[in-house]
Design a protein. Structure first.
Length: 134
């Protein structure tokens, strides 16, 4: 049951991310939409996770092994696709894409854990805007 809930939420999130990326032609807008979506979605799920994490803590090692790698790889592919387009168009200048993606995802995780729980939507958007401007 826990696996099904996690997969369901992940698929909803993935579909939403893919939808907002396809809505834009500009790599900057795609990256911005990606960041706004991931941070807003994370905020929505934070209440669910706060309640459920206590009740499923014994399943976490399994869930981390089963889903974390898949989710991380999907996130990396999404960002890489946006960056590749931006680099090809001369918009982004990134020397080491893989390292940049890892750093960006780590920043997102930090925001999710330490900053999102007590922020409103405008503050969340502000974080996303700052990430895009970097």
């Amino acid at each position: 049951l826990i696996e099904e809930v996690v997969l369901y939420e992940y698929r909803k999130f993935r579909d939403e991310v893919e939808k907002v990326i396809k809505e834009h032609s500009s790599p900057v807008k795609k990256l911005s939409s990606y960041l706004h979506t991931i941070l807003r979605y994370s905020k929505k799920l934070s209440i669910f996770y706060n309640v459920s994490m206590q009740s499923i803590s014994e399943y976490m090692p399994y869930l981390q092994k089963a889903f974390y790698k898949e989710i991380r790889e999907q996130e990396m592919r999404s960002i890489k696709s946006i960056l590749d387009e931006g680099i090809a168009d001369g918009i982004f200048k990134i020397e080491d894409k893989e390292r940049f993606i890892e750093l960006l995802l780590s920043i997102i995780r930090g925001i999710n854990v330490f900053l999102l729980p007590d922020k409103n939507e405008d503050e969340i958007d502000d974080y996303a805007n700052h990430l895009v401007s970097m």
